[in-house]
Design a protein around this ligand. Sequence first.
Ligand SMILES: Nc1ncnc2c1ncn2[C@@H]1O[C@H](COP(=O)(O)OP(=O)(O)O)[C@@H](O)[C@H]1O
Ligand SMILES: [Mg+2]
Length: 347
Amino acid sequence: MTKTVIKLENISKKYGSFLALDNINLEVQNGEVVGLIGPNGAGKTTTLKLIAKLLRPNSGKILLRNIQGELQDINKNSKELVQTGFFIDIPQFYNATPYRLLKLFAKIKHYPKEKINQRIDELLTTFNLIDWKDKKVKTFSKGMLQKLGFIQAVIHDPEILFLDEPQTGLDPNARIDIRNYIRFLKQQGKTIFVASHLLYEISEVCDKVALINQGSIINFDTIDNLEKNLKSIELNFEVLNPIPAEMLGSLIKRLTQNLEPYLDKELDPSISKIPIKYKPQENSFTIFYNGVKKARGDILNILFNDFKSDFTIISFSKPKTSSLERIYSQIISDDNKKKIKINLVRE
Ligand SMILES: Nc1ncnc2c1ncn2[C@@H]1O[C@H](COP(=O)(O)OP(=O)(O)O)[C@@H](O)[C@H]1O
Ligand SMILES: [Mg+2]
């Protein structure tokens, strides 16, 4: 049995003479949740459409796991491939009811007949559409259709799920519902490949991130490993009571002394000139530290023990989003510079 369930081998895709994907290679292991992140036009949707066979690559091969547990070309004997689900665009639903539409999809995908009704009810309940089960979709809002599109992608309980911007355009509650459902699928050992430009949503659910820019994968790793490329990493902690202005200078001095071994020694002045900052509006401190995991524990211990009489910590966190945003913008901008250089050399 291969651990790899999705493999893209040297995939290139042109639209006319425009090279939208340039020799993409990617492997996703069973049970991983992988985010494909990149700016608009990077090639995310194209990648998913190729896997869904909505488009054909100009060169390269796409392999998925089959029921024997081996990797198999998606163009060969597709009945043997493990079940996949796709949410790429909101499907063009016929003007039927969710119940009828989902029943049809489930049948097409050979979901066990006797379980279909219960499955439909469960999913419609999870996504707050149960009251609409027997209403025609003509009257649905875009967000409701999008949720129905997501349900359609998972109705047959696929082993591998492909999602393109599943949360864009949804209200916050629906976004949370989708995110929680992705987590639930992950717990069940499903493999999920999700393209998005919403970094926050991605960082919340993904084990690994593939960064795509101008048709090339420029990095593929865990968020922790990608962070190692960052020049410095932030930690935030919030305190119960505001720090009086006259105490602040000496407090920051003591903090800097006590936390010295863990602070970022080469802090980029464009990010911050000092390694510990206080934001009075939020009663919170930001520490730029060396990014070592264990250091976070040591820092918390020191804050807790040495500064007991100075403040009460009410939250302590490494903001995932902001570091992913910085990884993203740093890596993409480095890559763009590199590409410009290459083009200059070519010309
Ligand atoms: N049908 C098409 N015809 C021509 N160009 C296309 C077509 N679809 C996408 N493109 C171009 O290919 C590039 C990648 O698009 P896409 O995969 O949709 O990017 P993303 O989903 O990352 O925003 C973009 O430059 C886009 O303009
Ligand atoms: Mg897209």
